[in-house]
Design a binder for this molecule. Sequence first.
Ligand code: 5GP
Ligand code: ZN
Length: 130
Amino acid sequence: MTSIGSAFDESCLFCRIVAGQIPATVVRDSEEFLTFRDINPQAPTHVLVIPKAHGYRDVGELAAKNPELAGRLLAEAAEVARDEGLTDHADISGYRLVFNTDDAAGQTVYHVHLHVLGGDALGHFGSAEH
Ligand code: 5GP
Ligand code: ZN
């Protein structure tokens, strides 16, 4: 059994959502992961998939410390995308997975989380003007 990291950080927003101390719209709850709707959606479907355990500040740390958990996180996100209807949408299918990592990418919560975005044409990533 692989370690899943230290369990809970009282000062962490996402740990508090996992603990039920802050309400969230949960769409999937498994032993290792919690998936809930982003409070400020950037697409018609925008959910966050997180390992329940605290202890991985970003995807680099997760991949280095626990690559098996990182792989399962990707699989969980793919299942969420399917369950949300993003893979067999009548008009336009597909989704985008995003790990914002550190300040330059706008990471605001340092409990690793995978954004799942879809439900509409998302635009070509990187095509926006800077
Ligand atoms: P980041 O910018 O760190 O990659 O993503 C953090 C995400 O968490 C943001 O997209 C933000 O909208 C979302 N978020 C921040 N606070 C809350 C909250 O209290 N509840 C939910 N459901 N999402 C939140
Ligand atoms: Zn946390």
